[in-house]
Design a protein around this ligand. Structure first.
Ligand code: GDP
Length: 460
């Protein structure tokens, strides 16, 4: 339910900062602005000029005391984030100042906004659809350029546009099916049947591509974790450094200096990758601290999406290398043969991985790019990963609903083969359309909206 009252919240993060912004949205926004702000640029009647940033002072109307100096802007409906009148008060960013200003707005008649309520209003007022509203959250939490591009493209309506095209195909097929419902089967023109099939097939293909893109979309948004495993001194810390181009890991000539876990989040072509450098694993000569490190390293296997098994290419393989290989278990792994700048003595044929073996040198940089590419390609399968304008589904809710829509189209084809009545076929198409509507919010309910928007922060 949408009660058109006026809401207010702090829009900037908690804590101290250069500036803090209190945002107010609703029919009383302008009235509240007049009460709490005084400055040049407000007309004699007290009206604000829309979309104009004004300088002035914030005051507490109840006792006329000064709160802060700052800037104020009113964005009149419908040219605002929520499509309601929106007032933004920009003050100094201290916690006390911002909270006082918020309190003053509440005393002047606003209600404290719920999490995500501004974006929810933008959706309810038709400014954005549900898929776009959800992408606002992704935009805020994106960690790499690529996940930002993904969220921006979805906010710009890319997913909604593809879905509109899917919808058109299904609607067209449905209109033919329904037009012929009252005809006896043998009177339906075969060319019409072919046209219906073609439209449904087009829609199915587009939906299947979207559903398939989910894994790539999810990893691009949430990232993956890659565990480095290998004997001491094979070059794990050096690889972590080379990949992250930072000096966070300790590199040393002494075996077993990396005794704890070191984690670094890096970006490989926009894929957020958490690299976990575990302690050097070896079965002999391990002191207690190192054994604990080994235990922790192996414990990470269950959470790692991929293992890089490092071996020293400049020496023959040792029993420990094979012991580590057998401890990897089910987790997929890539073999990395290090120190490629030195003469090579390791026979890699006994360490077969379907994902390949990559010789690398941290000294010369040889092989690093190919390794990074192999990691990226293992996780991300996009039709054209070089272009920024790709439509991928990264949200579980969208994937589930699209899968449902696709299943209805598949059921349509099964029923077609069984030559069931056109009524049943029409039902399949209607179900598919109804699921599509759930993604963009053409079909929604309060409960669903509560779940979606409760994950937002207050003020967004
Ligand atoms: P870790 O114990 O597996 O983390 O190994 P480190 O990264 O600490 O490296 C052990 C030693 O091998 C250090 O002396 C590194 O300088 C050296 N090293 C690492 N990578 C290479 C490489 O690609 N080529 C050569 N020649 N030496 C390397």
């Amino acid at each position: 339910m949408y009660i058109r009252d006026t809401i207010a919240a702090v829009a900037t993060p908690l804590g101290s900062g250069g500036i803090g912004i209190v945002r107010v949205s609703g029919p009383d926004a302008e009235g509240i602005g007049r009460l709490v702000f005084s400055g040049a640029g407000i007309s004699r009647g007290g009206g604000f000029e829309s979309h104009r940033l004004l300088y002035g002072h914030f005051v507490n109307a109840s006792n006329a005391s000064l709160i802060d100096e700052g800037m104020c802007v009113l964005m009149r409906s419908p040219r605002s984030y929520t499509r309601e009148d929106v007032l933004e008060l920009h003050c100094h960013g201290g916690h006390y100042v911002v909270q006082t200003l918020l309190q003053v707005c509440i005393s002047a008649g606003a209600r404290l906004a719920e999490p995500g309520e501004f974006t929810r209003r933008a959706f309810l007022n038709g400014r954005i659809d549900l898929a776009q509203a959800e992408s606002v959250m992704d935009l805020i939490t994106s960690r790499t350029e690529r996940s930002l591009a993904l969220a921006q493209s979805q906010l710009g309506g890319s997913l909604s546009r593809v879905l509109a095209s899917v919808r058109n195909s299904v609607v067209e097929a449905l209109s033919f099916v329904e037009a012929y419902i009252d005809f006896p089967d043998d009177e339906v023109d075969p060319s019409i049947i072919a046209l219906i099939d073609e439209r449904v097939r087009d829609a199915s293909e587009q939906l299947a591509a979207l559903v398939d893109s989910f894994f790539s979309g999810r990893v691009l948004r949430e990232g993956v974790s890659v565990l480095l495993l290998g004997r001491p001194n094979v070059g794990k810390s050096s690889l972590l450094n080379a990949l992250s181009r930072s000096e966070r890991a300790i590199v040393s000539d002494l075996p077993g200096t990396t005794r704890d876990l070191i984690e670094e989040i890096i970006s490989i072509e926009g894929l957020p990758v958490k690299i976990i450098d575990a302690a050097g694993i070896r079965s002999h000569h391990a002191d207690c601290v190192e054994q604990e490190g080994v235990r922790r390293a192996l414990a990470q296997l269950s959470v790692a999406d991929l293992v890089l098994l490092l071996v020293d290419g400049s020496t023959p393989l040792q029993p420990d290398d094979h012991a580590i290989l057998s401890s990897i278990g089910e987790t997929p792994f890539i073999v990395v043969s290090t120190k490629a700048d030195l003469p090579q003595h390791a026979d890699l044929s006994t360490l077969f991985s379907p994902l390949g073996a990559f010789p690398v040198s941290m000294l010369s940089g040889v092989g690093l790019e190919q390794l990074a590419k192999a990691i990226f390609n293992y996780f991300v399968h996009l039709p054209d990963s070089s272009s920024g304008d790709f439509v991928v589904v990264s949200n579980v809710r969208h994937r589930d609903v699209l899968e449902r829509s696709l299943q209805s189209l598949q059921s349509f084809f099964c029923n077609r083969q069984r030559a069931v009545s056109l009524e049943i076929l029409s039902l399949d198409l209607r179900e598919s359309l109804s699921a599509l509507g759930e993604v963009t919010g053409a079909i929604s309910n309060d409960e669903l909206l509560d779940v979606i928007f409760s994950s937002f922060c207050i003020g967004k």
